[in-house]
Design a binder for this molecule. Structure first.
Ligand code: GAR
Length: 217
């Protein structure tokens, strides 16, 4: 662990392929982030196995053990704060955050959402995109605010949809993009190039009125 790298907590609920992309990029010195701790709200999440294999501390609470959302979030934050994280990376963390939690880490939480936000917030995005006959799909890295999937957008990876593919095939192509764009955007934060200011995302001292878009076709 290096003291001048950005101390980063990664929050997951499942398989953790995005977490793996951070582990791999950090291992080859590609990103200036120290992956301090991985938190899961599900003990069976495979991402916890990935984290332990990489020698990263893990911690897990189940929300069913708490009386309400904020009580759970306060317990999570109290635990995470033992590592003094500067950045929280939500990587398939399928929990809605309480306003208290968002405020506690204001401007320091990133999320990745599998759609070209503001299109298709919420769940089941790949099937909804196919059902609507969309030409374009992708994924968006954004800052987290109290508005679900509504915080300032930072970086999008975009691809064209093949109308004959299944939702699973489309999901796999979108996830391959996520594994490239998410560590990259988080690294901008670690380098001090990306910040949340006045309710907007700023990159290299310029406000991002639109996200940076990478075309993966
Ligand atoms: C990712 O595709 C991510 O975009 C999505 O969950 C998947 C997690 O995969 N996140 C959301 O849907 C959040 N609303 P992973 O566990 O293999 O990284």
């Amino acid at each position: 662990m290096s003291e001048n790298r950005c101390q980063t907590a990664i929050l997951i609920s499942g398989s953790g392929t995005n977490l793996q992309s951070f582990i791999d990029r950090a291992a080859c010195g590609d990103i200036e982030l120290d992956l301090s701790v991985v938190f899961s709200n599900r003990p069976e999440a495979f991402g916890l196995v990935r984290a332990r294999s990489a020698g990263i501390a893990t911690t897990c609470f189940e929300h069913g053990d708490f009386s309400d959302r904020e009580e759970f979030d306060r317990a999570v934050a109290a635990k995470l704060d033992e590592w003094q994280p500067e950045l929280l990376v939500l990587a398939g963390f399928m929990r809605i955050l309480s306003p208290w939690f968002v405020e506690h880490y204001q401007g320091r939480i990133l999320n990745i959402h599998p759609a070209l936000l503001p299109a298709y917030p919420g769940l089941d995005t790949h099937q909804r995109v196919l059902d609507a006959g969309e030409k374009w799909h992708g994924s968006t890295v954004h800052f987290v605010t109290e508005e679900l999937d509504g915080g300032p957008r930072i970086l999008q990876g975009k691809l064209s949809v093949d109308s004959s593919e299944t939702a699973d095939e489309l999901c796999a192509r979108v996830q391959a993009i996520e594994h490239q764009i998410y560590p990259e955007a988080a690294n901008w934060f670690g380098q001090g190039r990306l910040e949340f200011k006045d309710g907007s995302a700023w990159l290299d001292d310029k406000r991002l009125d639109e996200p940076v878009v990478s075309d993966f076709d």
